[in-house]
Design a protein around this ligand. Sequence first.
Ligand SMILES: Cc1cc2nc3c(=O)[nH]c(=O)nc-3n(C[C@H](O)[C@H](O)[C@H](O)COP(=O)(O)O)c2cc1C
Length: 160
Amino acid sequence: MKALVVYSSLTSNTKKLADALYGVLQCEKDLVSITDNPDPSGYDFVAVGFWLQKGAPDEKTQEFLPKIGEKEVFLFATHGAAKDSDHARNAMNKAKELAAPARICGTYNCPGQVTEKMMEKAATKDPPPPWFAEAPAAKGHPDEEDIRQLVHLFNELGLP
Ligand SMILES: Cc1cc2nc3c(=O)[nH]c(=O)nc-3n(C[C@H](O)[C@H](O)[C@H](O)COP(=O)(O)O)c2cc1C
């Protein structure tokens, strides 16, 4: 069993989750930033972490997901919106569609702190983006509890 953890992360929120997943994988494994053009061929299992942009997986992840093919895939994401929001759920569903025909064995998502600069920019939009009102609560996330939940889910699913 060979596993690949790919992450797309501008401000390290998603990378924190990727590092935790990589740490618990009990097999031959690689951790690669999406900016290094990962090649998923040769891996049995691929975990892909992304951040939300315009209510969807970020652009680089949208390009990568269709390249995975028919493998076991675990998807994880961070976002300014609330954890159980429709906004976050819809984005995860888009990621699943883009990854077809992958076998999605699990997903995890949690809030990720939004930069001051982005918050200021979003505040100038009329109307503000749908995640804006929930973003202040994302401050400090992902935190230890988010990571604990991710690792717990991963182990419960019996992933490698
Ligand atoms: C340009 C930009 C667009 C964003 N769009 C969304 C969005 O549509 N929905 C959302 O919930 N969060 C959005 N966010 C917040 C990020 O998804 C969130 O802060 C995420 O945790 C960043 O992850 P990273 O640190 O791994 O880059 C946006 C942030 C930026 C910078």
